[in-house]
Design a protein. Structure first.
Length: 250
């Protein structure tokens, strides 16, 4: 419960601070750090933990494939969910249309975030059941990848007419869904421990997909040496953090 609560509160609060202060450079640095943390958490810890269990490797690989495809479809849905009407698009609408449309987009983002946080809670619980150290690292990885995403959501909420206070409050309430997911995952997976390797693989598929499909292409848009060196160093720092917190063992 502590891990799921802190994961939600820290990521929401950090995203609010960065969004409201418009610290764009820090956001870009956070992307590089989160890539290192997510990839090393998945490839050095969660996946080895899953594949050293008694589960069938072919079934685990099938879960990995299914997870990657599932996150691909979720991203497709997210792209559709985030596309909404903008002022000045040349279309004629009734007075107040823009505010209503932007408001709908804001509420849809909150619903999607609540569902995503609920899933994060289940994944943190699964990681803690496998090993407390892995649970801590998983919580840190979720915080790292949530901050850039939440920053984008804050911007959309403000555009939808939410005040800073309301945007923070509603996002904070959505983050508490992680606690509900953590409780459900803990008590359910404890009685069905055979499912833990599959949940860990599914979690890893999400981290790998987000890092490789979304974050790394974003980093590649800045290909100068001045931008690339800090990126590589921060990816390495993310890997080092994971290795340090787990003493190099999964």
């Amino acid at each position: 419960m502590l891990a799921t609560t802190l994961a939600g509160v820290i990521s929401i609060t950090a995203a609010a601070v960065f969004s409201f202060a418009l610290l764009s450079k820090m956001v870009e640095r956070m992307v590089s750090l989160s890539v290192g943390i997510m990839l090393s958490t998945s490839l050095l810890h969660a996946l080895p933990e899953a594949f050293e269990s008694q589960a069938d490797p072919r079934s685990l690989f099938a879960t990995l494939l299914g997870g990657l495809l599932a996150f691909f479809m979720l991203e497709k849905f997210a792209i559709l969910r985030h596309s909404h009407h903008h002022e000045g698009d040349g279309h004629q609408h009734a007075h107040g249309h823009d505010k209503r449309e932007a408001g709908k987009a804001g509420w849809m983002i909150l619903v999607g975030d609540g569902m995503h946080n609920f899933t994060d809670g289940i994944l943190i619980a699964a990681a803690f059941l496998a090993d407390p150290g892995l649970g801590i690292v998983t919580g840190l990885a979720i915080i790292a990848h949530e901050i850039p995403q939440e920053i984008g959501d804050f911007i959309v909420l403000l555009n939808a007419g939410f005040t800073r206070k309301r945007a923070y409050l509603f996002n904070l309430l959505c983050s508490l869904m992680a606690v509900a997911g953590g409780l459900l995952g803990y008590y359910t997976l404890d009685r069905a421990s055979g499912m833990i390797p599959y949940v860990l693989v599914f979690a890893s598929s999400g981290f790998i997909y987000i890092a490789v499909s979304d974050l790394m292409p974003q980093m590649q848009r800045r290909a100068t040496v001045r931008e690339s060196v800090p990126q590589v160093l921060l990816i390495g720092l993310g890997v080092a953090i994971v290795l340090l917190l787990t003493n190099g063992s999964h």
